[in-house]
Structures are given as structure tokens and as C-alpha cells.
Design a protein around this ligand. Sequence first.
Ligand SMILES: *Cc1c(COP(=O)(O)O)cnc(C)c1O
Ligand code: SF4
Length: 378
Amino acid sequence: MKNWTSPNRPPLRPVQVPEGIAAEDWESVVWQMQNRITTLEGLARWIEPSAAEARAIEDLARRFRFVITPYYASLMDAKDPECPIRRQVVPSALEGDDPSGLADPLDELAHSPVKNVIRVYPDRIAFCVNNECALYCRFCLRKRMVGETGWSMQKSELETALAWIAGTPEIRDVLLTGGDPLVFSDSRLEWLLERLRAIPHVEIVRLGTRLPVTLPYRITDSLCRMLERYHPIWVNTHFNHPGEITEPAAAACERLLRAGIPVGNQSVLMRGINDDPVVMQSLCEGLVRIRVRPYYCYQAQLLEGTGHFRVPIERGIEIFRGLRGRTSGFAIPQYVLDTPHGKVPLDHPYLHGREGDEMVMEAWDGAVWREPNPIDLT
Ligand SMILES: *Cc1c(COP(=O)(O)O)cnc(C)c1O
Ligand code: SF4
């Protein structure tokens, strides 16, 4: 780990409009949504599915929806089943043998004062406004609800949640998530933002969306013009691999940034996808080059059907320890484990503790530093 070579700095990945598809179709959200891949035959138009993938689609697609946008499919390596983009969305046989997984590892149901509102902190909530996504990630934490009709929100249910927020003055930060809130039409989203902005104690609204990565054409100028009327708005998106940092994805982030919306990134540490120091550094540096700030990297949860993605926490700690000092501080996300009590930072223990009137600590390069440290006797 000490002697990494710096990853090379590839230019933004271009995306070619596939042959036989008109550019205006390819860049149309409606076309992308209507032409999503949901079957083995559909997938075979983009890649050569392995026998194991074909079996998994047959056996597992019903247990958790198998849906991929043509845009995201075009980023997959057609020949390599280990492709880190392919593995995020194509079912794997390994999903079947994960006895330790849970449906709701964060016990979100127990932290839900009203339907689809999750509260683990006094001042802020995750509000699952929508159960639909453009595509479905195999590792999704909200597998139990995304794409499931029981979790969709009727307007009256959104009203109930809005009334709860309005009646709970401690809530100053509302995180709209899902599913994906940007799968909503501009007008439905605007209705929701207008209602939230009418609540005086809601100071900031955050959107958690994977669409800049999975369907970047959704981030239109008209969407951004609407969003900027409801500032302060913050966006967190979800890139997991440097191969997802394409020209259209960068353009989508750029449009949000130009609307004055800070864009952060939350990734999930996953075996074979980004659990490699060079890949992680390349992801983080690629993100800051497009002005997206790495915010969190999550330890993968004990979630049903995702055991094959999980990485030992010690390895995660070493990866992020390795970044410290070797790249811009703001390129390094906080490595966290989400728990029913909130997010727990998983840091290398740089601080060794007090020795007499000194605090003993360790620098990024392993040097031990002793800082004179007053004793507070009051
Ligand atoms: C992650 C999360 C938040 C936001 O946490 P921050 O650390 O402020 O980004 C709020 N509520 C829930 C339920 C969450 O999972
Ligand atoms: S985009 Fe997010 S919410 Fe939707 S399936 Fe992927 S991880 Fe889950």
C-alpha cells in the first residue's frame, strides 16, 4: 500500500450513440425509460450474457427487479462478466446463497414515524418519496421497497408525510430519496419542493439521486432552472467506479453545479468493483475533476443477496488510509457504516491517546507526533 503508483488520468469517457438509434432518441429520457432492458433477450442485444448470468436472470430477476437503462448498458463490457459496471446491475448466481442477509438491516421500519419517512437523527430525515428508479442496482439497500408497489407513495401519503414534517419543528434538513426522486416529473417534484419550502423550519433540501450516473439525460436545463428556485438544494449522487464518469454524466453534474447546487457523491465499497486502492483513487480524483465532492463511501450492508459484494472493514480502512496524504483532502470520502443508530465513521485510528501532557498521534506517512495537550481541570 505504501508504494502505490498514482493512477493514470484518463480523459472523460465518451459515450457513442449506438448504431441504429437516433441521437435525439438516445438522449431522450422517455426513450431511455421505454427501452429499458428487462429480459435476457434484451440484455443479449448489449452484451454476451454468461451462462451463469442467464441462469441468475431466470431465477432471481423476480426476487429483485432486473431493469437497466440502455445508456448504462452501453457502458458495460460486452465480453467480461466481471466488468464492474455490469456486476452492479446484472443478476449474479451468488445472490442466491447469502444466508446472513437481512431485508431491512437498518431497521428502518422501526424508525419510521410515518410511511416512508426514516428518522434516526433529531434534526434530519430521509424521506423516501418515490419507490421507482431508472434502473435497479443489485446491491440496493432499499431492495425491500424499490420497485415494489406497496411502497409507492400516493399523493395523499406524501401529504401525510409533509404534515408530519410541518408538525415536527426540529426537522431542518430533508433528504429526498427513494428510489429516486428525479424519476418524478419536473411538475411533481416541483409540487413537493414547493410544499417543503412552505414549512419554515425546513432549512435545506437534499436530493439523493443516481440519475446523473444511470440516466444523465434526465438532468435537463429546465429541471435545473426549476430546482434553483428552491435553494438551498444539495444533491448527492452515486458513482461507484471511474468507468461511470462519462461525458454525459459530467455534463449532467455540470448543469446541476451551474444552477448553484453543490453535488456530492456517495458510493458503496464493493468487492471486485471498487475495493482496490488504485480504482478508488481513480474514482475519487475523477469525481473532483468534474467538481463532484466525494462525501461518503458506505460499507456494504448485511443485506439479503449481496454477500458477494461485501469487503472486510479492515480492508476498507486500509484503502481510505492509503488515500490520506496521497491525494487532495476533499477527494477522500468519509468511510462509514450505516447502522440503525446512524452512520458510524470507520477511520484508521490516527489518534493513539494521551501520554502525560501530550496527545500521541500518527501522521499519514506513519510518523508519530506528540502534541502538547493541556489538561482541562474545570
Ligand atoms: C444518511 C442519513 C441522513 C443524513 O445523514 P448525513 O450524515 O447528515 O448526511 C439522515 N437520515 C437518515 C435516515 C440517513 O440514513
Ligand atoms: S439507484 Fe439507488 S435506490 Fe435505486 S436501485 Fe440503485 S441503489 Fe437502489
